[in-house]
Design a protein around this ligand. Structure first.
Ligand code: FES
Length: 290
């Protein structure tokens, strides 16, 4: 059995006709919020979790509360309901900016669902704007009807946002299900000679891809799957030296310190799993850093 919401989400995933418009909007958004401090702030790098889902609680909470006051609060609650509608509108601005910062780093079906989600939310914002204006002009009944329409639409767009997170994994730490070795294990596909070339090299330990890099006598190793959207870090660029050395992901520029996987630059919000690495009997061995 498929709910109507799921049917809409599946339809949006397959709607390739949206691609030219969605890609054009993403291009403009990418220029407006390029990689750097502002994008990291909106992505939630400082928070350790994506920021957008947290902000939606404030926006939707205000609007749903206004709707409840409209239904059950009586005449004396009208001013409070109007203020809640205004609070939702104001908070929608950073909420939308954070969502946009996440969305520009999506592709394909994720980008399509996000495009429908965002376009729907522009409609929701417009309806609440009209609701606020109607209330301000004393047309309370119109304001309530518009808010009901807006909240109804917001339920559908919120479902699409949830589908992006729980169905498509946008914003999920891509390394969360990796189970790297706790004991020393050989890194298959990586030899000491390959490391001597001075470039990041990709190997595997069981099902886990690991990126290794040698600087001087020291070997560093991180999960190869970028925690942001899963790109291969071994294809990235190493900057810096010693314990300050870091690798920059080739896809969206997240930068992780090689020694411990900590984030030096977003938009990633989760650090990379880091491994201890050594050369032992002509093999490169790794184990999870404790
Ligand atoms: S996949 Fe986005 S920064 Fe690595």
């Amino acid at each position: 059995m498929r709910s109507m919401f799921r049917w809409i989400a599946d339809l949006a995933e397959r709607a390739k006709g949206l691609d030219p418009t969605a890609d054009a909007v993403a291009k403009v958004s990418d220029r407006l919020v390029p990689q750097g401090v502002v994008k990291d702030g909106l992505a939630g790098t400082w928070l350790g979790h994506p920021l957008h889902p947290a902000l939606t609680d404030l926006t939707l909470g205000a609007w749903i509360s206004a709707g409840l006051l409209d239904l059950f609060g009586g005449e004396e609650s009208r001013p409070a309901a109007q203020r809640l509608v205004a609070l939702g509108i104001l908070s929608a601005i950073p909420t939308a900016a954070a969502g946009l910062a996440d969305w520009v780093d999506t592709e394909g079906a994720q980008r399509r669902v996000g495009f429908v989600h965002g376009t729907g939310n522009v409609g929701v914002l417009g309806l609440f704007g009209l609701s606020w204006l109607a209330r301000r002009r004393g047309r309370h009944a119109s304001g309530v009807v518009l808010a009901m329409l807006a909240n109804g639409t917001a339920v559908a767009t919120a479902y699409l946002g949830g589908h992006m997170s729980f169905g498509q994994g946008v914003g999920v730490d891509e390394t969360t299900f990796e189970a790297g070795p706790k004991m020393w294990k050989a890194l298959e596909g990586v030899t000491p000679a390959k490391l001597d070339a001075g470039r990041p090299v990709r190997g595997t330990v069981g099902q886990v891809r690991v990126m290794a890099y040698k600087a001087g006598d020291r070997v560093y190793a991180l999960s190869d799957r970028c925690s942001h959207r899963g790109c291969a870090l071994a294809s990235g660029t190493v900057h810096g030296e010693g314990d300050d050395a870091a690798i920059e992901c080739p896809c969206h520029g997240s930068t992780f310190r090689l020694v411990d996987g900590q984030i030096l630059r977003g938009p990633a919000t989760a650090p990379q799993p880091a491994y201890e690495a050594r050369i032992n009997a002509e093999k490169v061995e790794v184990r999870l850093r404790q």
